[in-house]
Each structure stands twice: as C-alpha cells, then as structure tokens.
Design a protein around this ligand. Structure first.
Ligand code: SAH
Length: 453
C-alpha cells in the first residue's frame, strides 16, 4: 500500500475529531467527512505504520444516518466536522466519546451517565460571529471564513451556525466599504484597513453589537456606516477596535464607540451580563443555561454552603451558584475577566461572591495554607488541558463534600477524575451537554462526592 492508492472502506467508527474510521489490511484509516455507515472510495494521503489518512473521493453507499448538510461549504470550512451526520447520531457519538475516555483513560467502569442534553435547534445557535474581510482577485471586498487551516477567505455571509441577521449586517458593511472605497486589510502586506467584523447578539435582550476591527485609528465616513447599521432592529452598540499588529489575534486593546453603548446586555437564567467587544461570553447561551443548571443541580446547594468556583472566567457559574449559596469564591487568571465578574455581580445585586485574580493552582493553596479557607463544594471549569496537579492536591486537602467538574475535554477530565478518585472521591453522576452542534466538541459535568461523607 502506498500514497495515492485508492481503497474501498466501510466506515465503522468515528475518531475524536469526527473523521470516519475504516479498516483495510489490518490498518486503520481516517477519512474526513465520512460518517459511520458510509461505504466510500478514498485516496491514501498519508501512511503511518498502523494507520493512515485518506481523502473521501466518492460516496459509494450513503449511511442511513447521513443527512444533507445545511451549509454548502462545510467540507472546505472545517468548522463543522460532523454536519453530514444526523443530529441524533451526533449526540450518540459525543456521549460515546466521553464514556470511552472515562473507561480507557480514567479506568472507570459502570459509569453513572445520564442522558446527554441536546439542542432543540442545532443550527443558528451562536450569538457571536467574527468574519474576516479581504479582497478577491477582481478587487471586490469579500467576507466569509478561512478555508480549513489556511487564511484564504471563502466568501459566505450565511454561516449556518450564526443568526440570519449576520448576513444583513455584513451586506451593509461591505456595501459601505465598496461605496466609500474603504480598503480591506491584507495579511500578506500588512496594508489595508478593515480586518474583521465582529457581531454579537443578546438572545434574550435582542440587543445587537457590531464592531469593525481595523488596522488604524479611525474609520473614514464612519457616520455613513452608523446611519445604515442603526436601522437594524435592536442595534445597541457600534464600535471600532484598533489592531495594527501583524498578528492572528483578532482584537486589539482599544475600542472606540461610534454609536450607542460599548456593550450589550444579555441574560442567562436570571442573571444579566454586560458584554463588550473584548469580553469573554459563552457563544451558545441556550445550552449554557442548561450546562450551568446541571452544575448547580449537582452542587446540591441549600443556601448554607461555601463554594469555590475555580477557572471562573467572567463569573458565569459563580453568579449562578451565589443565588443558592452562603458564599462563593471565584478564581480566574485573566484580570479583565475578573473585572467583568465583579461588575456583573454588582449589576445583579449579588453581594456574596468574591473574586481572586490568579492561577487556581496558586491562589487556592495560598488561601488554604494561610487562611485555612474551607469549602463545602468546589466547582472547576478548566481549559482543555484540565486542572494542574497542585490544584487537585489542594482540593483533596480541603476535602469538600462534593466536587463538580465542568469539562470541555473528556480526556483530561478522565485523567483528573482518576486522580480525585484515588484521593477518596467517587463519581456520582455524569451528564454531557451539547454546546456546539455540528462540531465534535462536547461539554461534560461530573459530580464527585467524598466516600467517607
Ligand atoms: N466558567 C467560565 C469559563 C471557564 S473557561 C465561564 O463560564 O465563563 C476556563 C477559564 O479558565 C478561562 O477563563 C481561562 O482564562 C481560565 N484559566 C486558564 N488557566 C487558568 C489557571 N491556571 N487558573 C485559573 N484560571 C485559569
């Protein structure tokens, strides 16, 4: 077998990144865009000892679970790895992936898994979109998305994960740029003005924000753009953000309001949040409420508890918990996020939440050693790499009754749960929640309790 050979493969499984898996000659092949149940003709692109990567050339037999993807660009884009699989099967795939990791990496068996929480509407769920702006070979301004792993813009103003209003807004921005000869940024030369268009919508408030990220300090004829955008229902915030760096980072530090406020307001459950262009905010607010609702349920609060919320971001979980706890302490490494958390606590009249800036693995041990701080419940929601071991050791020393682990990566989750299990905790409940339909990502909430309590 060698590169460029063609194979007929029956797809029997899917890998963690959503690629179809088929076997031939004792080897395993990963075929992007093929789904379980397909029979495909695929061309060998890369060959390793026991496995290889092959490109989907022809669908010989379509899986019964295959659906027509909504987006005509899904194969080029790569943002939605499993759009061709029915949503029901997407959920099964995600649940299986988490269970496998807990078994294989965590060494758990008889895992108490509750049914995965799926979305009612697995499209148009994102409240935020960032569209790159460029110029095509005929000199027209284009916007869309980067073709998988490159920075070539494929024109598309209708991402199926975003809201229909994105298109209306982009049409106005591009018309404005064409009419007033406002240039698009060119990554290769570092010249040109408009780099990205950031759009955010409050799902409950219906407020809308448009921010143009520009390679400069001002936007010529901006009053004309404002005039057009103001007509959009719910428009609340129009701004520019200055980013003159030759970098892939989208936003710069400075935002200048052109019209309205710097922020929009939105609600998750009963809590309101002010969101500015630079703020972190969950992109799927409908599922976020269910995810944090699960965390709250698992925390089992009666109103008398002291709770630590580690990796708290802008305090979304902390403020949720604070409604039912005596005291909540949040810890987060990004200072601006902590500023947002404090502001959001004040905005909601929440007085029993306190926030620390710093690394969880430094703040928690320090507070424990120095002040003997106590916890009934500890909630963690770390980034993909999971918790630092020092953080887990401190949790074990503090010995809370319950640990609630919210995870976006089930392999590090499994590793950390094993560590806590070896330290005296047991897994009580596991519930997956789908925040990112059409992609292979999944969030998981786990409740652990101390065996001796
Ligand atoms: N629960 C939050 C988001 C959690 S995302 C919310 O819903 O808003 C993970 C967070 O962990 C990010 O905000 C990231 O900045 C923070 N983080 C990353 N490493 C950290 C560390 N070592 N200590 C504390 N926070 C960290």
């Amino acid at each position: 077998m060698q590169k460029n050979d063609e194979l007929i493969l029956k797809i029997e499984d899917m890998g963690v990144d959503g690629a179809g898996i088929g076997k031939a000659d004792g080897m395993t092949f990963f075929v992007k865009d093929a789904v379980i149940g397909d029979v495909v003709r695929a061309k060998l692109m890369k060959l390793k000892k026991t496995y290889g990567y092959a490109r989907l050339m022809e669908l010989l037999e379509a899986s019964p679970d295959r659906v027509e993807p909504k987006c005509p660009y899904y194969r080029q884009c790569g943002g939605c790895q499993i759009q061709a699989l029915s949503y029901e099967k997407q959920l099964e795939f995600k649940e299986r992936k988490v269970r496998n990791n807990l078994e294989r990496i965590g060494g758990f068996s008889e895992i108490p898994m509750e049914p995965i929480v799926g979305m009612e509407e697995p499209y148009h769920y994102r409240n935020k979109a960032q569209f790159p702006v460029g110029t095509d070979k005929d000199g027209h301004i284009v916007t869309g998305f980067y073709a998988g792993r490159t920075h070539t813009i494929i024109p598309n103003r209708d991402c199926a994960l975003g809201l229909p209003v994105n298109r209306e807004i982009l049409d106005l921005v591009i018309d404005f740029m064409e009419k007033y000869h406002v240039s698009a940024y060119d990554e290769k030369t570092g010249k040109g003005l408009v780099r990205h268009v950031l759009i955010r919508c409050g799902f409950t408030s219906k407020e809308k924000m448009v921010c143009l990220i520009i390679n400069g300090k001002s936007l010529p004829h901006s009053e004309k753009l404002v005039e057009a955008l103001r007509e959009i229902d719910g428009m609340t915030s129009i701004s520019i953000n200055c980013n003159t760096g030759r970098t892939n980072v989208i936003l710069g530090r400075k935002t200048i309001v052109l019209w309205g406020q710097e922020y929009i307001t939105d609600k998750i459950g009963d809590i309101s949040y002010q969101i500015s262009p630079l703020s972190f905010y969950q992109v799927n607010p409908v599922q976020t409420e269910k995810l944090y609702g699960t965390a709250l349920e698992y925390a089992g609060l009666t109103g008398n508890e002291t709770v630590w919320d580690l990796y708290c971001g802008i305090g979304t979980i902390s403020l949720f918990l604070a409604q039912n706890a005596k005291k909540v302490y949040g810890v987060e490494i990004v200072p601006q996020a902590i500023e947002d958390a404090r502001r959001n606590a004040a905005l909601n009249g929440i007085e029993n939440a306190e926030f620390f800036t710093g690394k969880a693995e430094e703040v928690l041990p320090e507070q424990y050693e120095r002040n003997r701080v106590y916890a009934d419940v500890i909630v963690v929601d770390p980034p993909r790499k999971g918790c630092d071991q020092v953080c887990l050791d401190t949790i074990l020393k503090m010995a809370p009754k319950r640990v609630v682990y919210v995870s976006c990566d089930s392999s590090t989750l499994a590793r950390d749960l094993r560590y806590l299990a070896d330290g005296g905790y047991q897994v009580e409940k596991v519930r997956c929640c789908d925040m990112f339909g059409q992609s292979c990502h999944v969030e998981t909430v786990v409740l652990m309790s101390r065996k001796d309590k």
